[in-house]
Design a protein around this ligand. Structure first.
Ligand SMILES: Nc1nc2c(ncn2[C@@H]2O[C@H](COP(=O)(O)OP(=O)(O)OP(=O)(O)O)[C@@H](O)[C@H]2O)c(=O)[nH]1
Length: 393
């Protein structure tokens, strides 16, 4: 699977409900045999329009023209204040974030739980306080890793004339940070490259920038079904990426869909009832959900996953094919594969994603829509259908 998204949140924010609803197996939307890999690792999907809508037949890999492309998601348990100092699950929590390319931070927008997740009177806690707290935990975790061996690392960089970016990224290896990200953070921090002179505050600032570059966060302002409009508005107006969600509503809809009571596609603002023998109560519950969906335009869970991938990580979905006219592979399957690629990737990068041999022997690519050759520097766009020509055997 190409990317991993971490789900973080204080206890009682609804993180597990979000995880369960996002990774609930739905045989109708994808051919993946399992969606829950282990208790806290699962597969969820990005929703997009399938390019087969431009053909006069459906590809068989989408649901009525809506394509679901898998991404991995990890439910990272144990976010508590001072996790970075080893409180609660401590580093186990943070180590799991290592693989995450982006984080969905689930917060309780209703303000009915305090910073540790203990229930308080509804609205008694300001959810804005939760947002900063995750950032600080991650920053301080990175700082802890650097600070632990700072004196010897600092001496070594000087004595062996090591490249600063490389040495810091290596030290932060456990946090899943690249040289390039450290470089960007050094530039943003405006620190002198004379690291021997850095103060602790300088190190914290650097780690804060490394965090925001390497672990971008989208906030899921959860429990909007019970949150005050004032809270929701305040959160949505923040200068960061926020999506309002009801993980509980998504879970209820997915459950009803799994039980064949309704047909619901994640990310939709409506569903169809297919079961004929629902009780009066069930019908009422289902209609309440419909009203909720209509008023909010959806539960927000799918939107949150989509925005994490498309906006936060700036990715596009592209479709390699063997036949640029029919958009099929060797076996005649239409648009069999969908790849998530970073925006700015070229056809040659896609060739490497498909197979290293194809990448090594890449000759050129053809645009499946225009049937024209794509230039070497062509930036792949969302929805591109690409025929790769290579001399690989
Ligand atoms: N009203 C409402 N309740 C929700 C929503 N999402 C979750 N809940 C409820 O909030 C409580 C906590 O949800 P969990 O998913 O267990 O929360 P968590 O953050 O995983 O908590 P821990 O497992 O303790 O880490 C449960 O009672 C859920 O049913 C929501 O969107 N709306």
């Amino acid at each position: 699977m190409s990317i991993t998204i971490g789900l973080a949140g204080k206890p009682n924010s609804g993180k597990s409900t979000f995880f369960k609803s996002a990774t609930m197996a739905d045989v109708d939307i994808a051919n993946y045999p399992f969606t829950t890999i282990s208790a806290n690792h699962g597969v969820t999907y990005v929703r997009t329009e399938c390019p087969c809508m431009k053909l006069n037949q459906r590809c068989g890999n989408c649901v009525e023209g809506i394509r679901f492309v898998p991404v991995e998601v990890i439910d990272v348990a144990g976010l508590v204040p001072d996790a970075w100092k080893g409180r609660g699950l401590g580093n186990a929590f943070l180590d799991e974030l290592r693989q995450a390319k982006a984080i969905i931070h689930v917060i309780d927008a209703s303000g009915s739980t305090d910073i540790e997740g203990n229930p308080v009177d509804k609205g008694g806690h300001d959810p804005m306080d939760d947002i900063e707290f995750l950032n600080r935990e991650i920053t301080m975790w990175m700082y802890g890793i650097l600070k632990r061996n700072w004196d010897s690392l600092s001496r070594k960089i000087k004595a062996e004339n090591l490249k600063l970016e490389e040495a810091l990224a290596n030290q932060l290896g456990g946090a899943g940070v690249s040289d390039h990200q450290v470089h960007e953070a050094l530039v943003t921090s405006e620190l002198s490259r004379n690291h021997v002179k850095w103060t602790d505050d300088n190190l914290v600032t650097l780690c804060d920038n490394i965090r925001s570059i390497s672990k971008p966060v989208i906030v899921a302002a959860n429990k909007i079904d019970v949150a005050s409009e004032e809270n929701i508005e305040k959160l949505l107006n923040l200068d960061i990426m926020v999506v309002s969600t009801s993980a509980a509503a998504e879970f209820a809809l997915k459950s009803a869909s799994k039980n064949n009571a309704i047909k619901y596609l994640p990310g939709s603002d409506d569903f169809t009832i297919i079961s004929e023998n629902m009780t009066k109560e069930q019908k009422k519950g289902i209609e309440d959900l419909r009203d909720f969906l209509k008023s909010r335009g959806g539960t927000g869970v799918q939107e949150c996953i989509n925005r994490a991938v498309f906006d936060l990580l700036d990715m596009v979905i592209v479709y390699p094919v063997e036949d640029e006219n029919k958009w099929t592979d060797k076996k005649g399957r239409i648009l069999p594969d969908a790849y998530l690629m970073k925006r700015g990737s070229t056809p040659h990068d896609l060739a490497y994603q498909v197979h290293s041999d194809i990448g090594d022997h890449f000759l050129y690519a053809v645009d499946g829509r225009t049937r024209m050759r794509m230039g070497e520097k062509h930036e792949l766009d969302n929805g591109d259908v690409v025929k790769i020509v290579s001399s690989a055997k």
